[in-house]
Structures are given as C-alpha cells and as structure tokens.
Design a protein around this ligand. Sequence first.
Ligand code: KG4
Ligand code: ZN
Length: 330
Amino acid sequence: MIVLGIETSCDDTSAAVLKNGALLSNVISSQAVHRQFGGIVPELASRAHIQVIMQVIGEALDRAGIGKHDLEGIAVTCGPGLAGSLLVGLSAAKGLALSLGIPFRGVNHLEGHLMATRLEATHPEPPFIVLIVSGGHTQIVLVERWGAYTVLGRTRDDAAGEAFDKTAKLLGLTYPGGPVIEREAARGDSGYVRFPRADLGDTYEFSFSGLKTAVLNHVRTRSEETVQRHLQDICRCFQDAVVDVLTEKTLKAAVACKVRDIALAGGVAVNGALRQRMKEAADAAGMAVHWPSPALCTDNGAMIASAGAFYLEKGDVSPFSLSPHPSLNL
Ligand code: KG4
Ligand code: ZN
C-alpha cells in the first residue's frame, strides 16, 4: 500500500511516502520564525504551515517518484498538538483524500513517534518498553502489541525536551535547546555541580521543573562571568541529571515488565548521552536498545505514515468529520 503521511502538530511541516513499509521520501520543513522568541508561537506556527504545506507534500511525492494518483491512503496527525497547526495538516489531508477518492486515517502523534521504530531495518517486536521523550511529552509505555499500549508513567510537569529548551533559554542559548545543550555539554565537567534528580518514589513518573529551577537558582547566585566561564559544565551537569532519571526509570520498567527490548522515540532520543547511557544500562541487564535515526526521532511525516499504514492496511479508516484533538492521550 502506498501511503502519504502528513505531520503539522507543532513547528515542523512534514510529508512522507511509504510503500509497503519502505520509506520512499521524508520531507521536513522546520520553522525558523520561532527562534527569536526562544519557544513556539502558536499563531505563527499555523500560518507558517499554511505557507508551505502543499509545497512539502509536492516535494514528498516528487522525491518518491510517484504522482498523487498513485496514493492509496493518507495518514495525518490529529493530536496531540497545537489546535491551529493540527487543523492545517488535517484540512490538507482531507481535501486531498476526498479529491482522490482514497481513505484517510487520523494518527495519534505519540503513536507515530513509537511507530517510527518500525521504519528501521532492525526494530523491536512487542512486547517492549518505549521511552517517548519529546518537547511536549515524556512517558514510559509498554507496547504489548502494535496498537495496544499501557502508559506506565508520564511527567508531572515539564517534558524532558521542554526542560532542555527552557534551560537553554535561561542560559542565553538558542532554541531548540536540546542540540545546543548537548553540544556544550560534550566538553563540560560532570563533577562541577550536582543538580537534583526527582525520584518520585516507586513510580514511573517524572518531574523536571525542580531541575530547571535548580539551574535558574545556580545561575542567579553567580556572576555572569562565572556562569559564562562554566557554561559547558552547567550544561553537562543538567544533561546528566535528565539522562540519569530517564535511564533509571526506563530500565526499572523493562525489568518489571520482563521485556528484553527497549526503544527510544521522540526528539530527545537524538541525544547521544541518553543513547549511550541507556545502552550501557541495557547491556548490563542483558537487554537491547533501539532508536530510530535522528530524522525519524524529531517530528516527521514518515512516522505518521508508518502508524497510518498499520491501520489503513486493516481497513481501519477515519471519518471525514474527524477534528483536531489538541490533548489526545496515547
Ligand atoms: O519530537 P520533537 O521533534 O517534537 C515534539 O513532539 O515535541 O521533539 C523536539 C524536542 C525539543 O524540545 C528539542 O530540544 C529536543 O526534542 N531535542 C533534543 C535534541 N534534539 C532535539 N534534546 C536533547 N538532545 C538533543 N540532541
Ligand atoms: Zn513529536
């Protein structure tokens, strides 16, 4: 089946073509307009999606070497995400599907992130544990079967990616914060300061707002000169704290659920320190860790095509009355 996947839930406009599980194209247009604000401005995001969506879809078809009449189904993110941004993708998907007379399927963005793992040649088969870590979400999920999930724990406040973004902003670094902090942290001293790790007892829940406040207090009680001199050390110690809790809780969940595989998904799964720590911990426990390539971790149309194809191939389609669900859960 040839499926077009469309993703517009946040600040990336993306479209991809998937043919019988093989990815033919994955075009991603990231919005630069938010950089000057240090975060995403929803109204600017939806406008920017409108400006490029048809061009991005056209390019995805061109790169795949197919015409729109070759498409057999369209998958699109219907939530969670920004209402206005979701609406742009949904409207484009519905219009295209209606005009071509083909089925369309709304996809949960979080299921898209975890189904990105299926696009890699070697990927885990259920049951496995997936850590979904992005700018909007942080959760540990037991994948019992494809399509059957149990969320074991979520963040109580900030998502891991949000913690990277907010910490970068308070350190005067650019948006998105994750890649910048990772780059700075690479040359930092892990013994410089110890930031708190929220334990939250015997749960699989996370909390990152205290960590962000601890960095803020650290910066406020030192001179600008000292902070700048130790910027790499602060980034390193912040990243260590995030990676520690993510690794520890994910491993605990994998042991408790008696699975042999762990997957990482979402934008923060690009982080090299997280990948390395998770691999070391999994190796020690006799488990395997899987992660998609970076372009399939951050928001992309391919993961939406992957999840959409799973349902469309079974004839599980969405009604054209489907509307955006900004706070959809997995
Ligand atoms: O999955 P994603 O593209 O969008 C959401 O669904 O939120 O994730 C974006 C998040 C941002 O918060 C960004 O700072 C973070 O992923 N991120 C990283 C890295 N690359 C992107 N965080 C840590 N290290 C990275 N290398
Ligand atoms: Zn995402």
